[in-house]
Write a protein that binds this ligand. Structure first.
Ligand code: FES
Length: 150
């Protein structure tokens, strides 16, 4: 790993970032449009990235694997210094803040799993009686007519 770092130039093309990070060029463009990573333009008007972008992309991919929404990832990354790659201390801070989200999602998934027991899985998805489609008639409390589930 340290050898790789020594071989890296101070700035990388989008193709080099894609290859080293194992993501598609289109994904990098998307991350950039969403403000998760930044580049500058070379004299030939080509994108250049600081090599620290590799750690940032690794962090984004890991957060996505955890199922975190992009907005939450962007919010976390906006709190990192832009002039250096994220450190292990940064990662510990971010992962601590995401733990609460993960715990809430795990609890929600466990509740859904438990509701499977009362849904007979008949495919009716009834607003009146299916505990998955309309748990505890939540939709009925918000008024008559069709309601969207969260
Ligand atoms: S799908 Fe019929 S009760 Fe859930």
């Amino acid at each position: 790993m340290a050898d790789d770092r020594r071989k890296l130039p101070p700035s990388l093309t989008v193709g080099e970032v894609a290859e080293r990070a194992g993501v598609a060029v289109s994904a990098l463009h998307f991350y950039e449009r969403e403000g998760l990573i930044q580049s500058w333009r070379s004299s030939g008007n080509q994108r250049r990235y600081p090599r620290g972008v590799l750690r940032r992309v690794a962090l984004i991919k890991t957060a996505q694997r955890l199922g975190l929404p992009l907005g939450r990832i962007a919010e976390a990354l906006s709190n990192l210094p832009a002039d250096r790659p994220p450190t292990s201390a940064d990662w510990r801070r971010l992962s601590a803040s995401w733990r609460e989200d993960l715990d809430a999602r795990i609890a929600s998934m466990q509740a859904l799993r438990d509701q499977l027991d009362s849904c007979i899985g008949c495919g009716c998805l009834s607003l009146d009686s299916c505990p998955l489609r309309n748990p505890e008639d939540q939709l009925g409390k918000s008024g008559a007519g069709a309601r969207l589930l969260p």
